[in-house]
Write a protein that binds this ligand. Structure first.
Ligand SMILES: NC(=O)c1ccc[n+]([C@@H]2O[C@H](COP(=O)([O-])OP(=O)(O)OC[C@H]3O[C@@H](n4cnc5c(N)ncnc54)[C@H](OP(=O)(O)O)[C@@H]3O)[C@@H](O)[C@H]2O)c1
Length: 285
């Protein structure tokens, strides 16, 4: 790893601060002596919370006042990520923010017309110091999105065949973001973030079985079989279709690739699936 030079103390706005990645990022920044401002679209609860609704732009100017750096992501459930994020990037630039780290998604740059790709391009052309990080599928999906089938039927139900994914622990994404936000080593660069190895869902189920002491299996389902569950869970129809489309990319093998970016940026190996499963064991009880 290159020698990292810590930047001086600054204030960072974290969009999605109460979400999976953002909640892991906040303590890493404060531990390094930086101030944080945690954006929420709900009523702020803590002193460092700030109201910001990306769907309406409400709170944007206040949220950015006095901010040096920002961590941005698009809230899940919306497919117009460029429309949601471009005003934030523009306002950041106008209000004197100097650096933005944008969490995109692995594969987003495969299509220049994809809204998330347009958001990446907007940041890269903004004149701000930038990083784009594109994580692969999160390990934490197994204790959130895919949790119900595991808990209630002991099954992971997904339309991905025997394709493998190099799942990444969200805590590694946060660790990468923290380094990019607090050092100058990797300015103006983009990274695909993955775990160290690719696993298929039989292997995932076997690890979850070992760690929980329960029998957990994997059932390959069709997209048509999965759709009603996504809609019943409250996903907008267009987002459910998008999710089924990208699960098709998973099935086609596009999630198998591994990169060394976590190791290179953080100086340590990515968290393995077994360690993740042990740490979240209570989720599947
Ligand atoms: N899951 C995966 O496998 C995966 C893989 C690659 C990329 N990603 C990307 O990761 C991102 C999700 O990250 P995550 O899992 O850490 O998030 P998350 O846990 O799903 O949390 C979503 C966050 O978005 C905030 N939010 C919701 N609506 C908002 C609004 N209108 N304005 C401002 N903030 C709003 C929520 O904050 P409040 O409720 O406090 O407002 C919450 O902190 C998405 O952009 C997704 O594309 C996910």
């Amino acid at each position: 790893m290159a020698t990292l030079t810590e930047t001086s103390s600054h204030t960072t706005l974290i969009v999605g601060a109460h979400g999976t990645v953002g909640s892991a990022l906040s303590p890493l920044l404060t531990a390094r002596g930086h101030r944080i401002r945690r954006a929420t679209s709900r009523t702020p609860q803590a002193a460092d919370d700030v109201h910001l609704n990306l769907l309406t732009g409400e709170g944007l100017s206040t949220a950015l006042t006095g901010v040096d750096h920002a961590f941005l992501m698009a809230p899940p459930g919306h497919l117009n990520q460029d429309v949601l994020l471009a005003p934030v990037i523009d306002a950041a630039r106008a209000q004197g923010v100097t650096r933005v780290v944008l969490m995109s998604a692995m594969g987003a740059n495969a299509d220049e017309q994809a809204p998330l790709r347009k958001a990446e391009r907007h940041l890269q052309a903004s004149g701000l110091a930038w990083n784009v990080i594109r994580p692969n599928w999160f390990m934490q999906n197994f204790n959130t999105f895919w949790l119900q089938g595991i808990r209630q039927q002991g099954q992971i139900f997904l339309p991905v065949g025997q394709a493998r994914g190099s799942f990444i622990d969200a805590r590694d994404i946060a660790a990468v973001a923290a380094t990019l936000l607090t050092t100058d080593t990797h300015a103006d660069a983009e990274f695909d973030l993955t775990g160290a190895e690719a696993l298929d869902h039989d292997q995932v189920a076997a690890i979850l079985s070992t760690v929980t002491g329960r029998t957990i299996g994997y059932t390959d389902v069709t997209p048509d079989a999965m759709r009603p569950g996504l809609l019943a869970a409250g996903l907008p129809a267009d987002y459910a279709e998008f999710l089924l489309t990208i699960l098709g990319y998973f099935k086609a093998g596009y999630a198998e690739r591994t990169t060394d970016a976590v190791q290179r940026i953080t100086g340590r190996a990515p968290i393995g699936f077994e360690e993740y499963a042990r740490d979240y064991r209570e989720s599947w009880a």
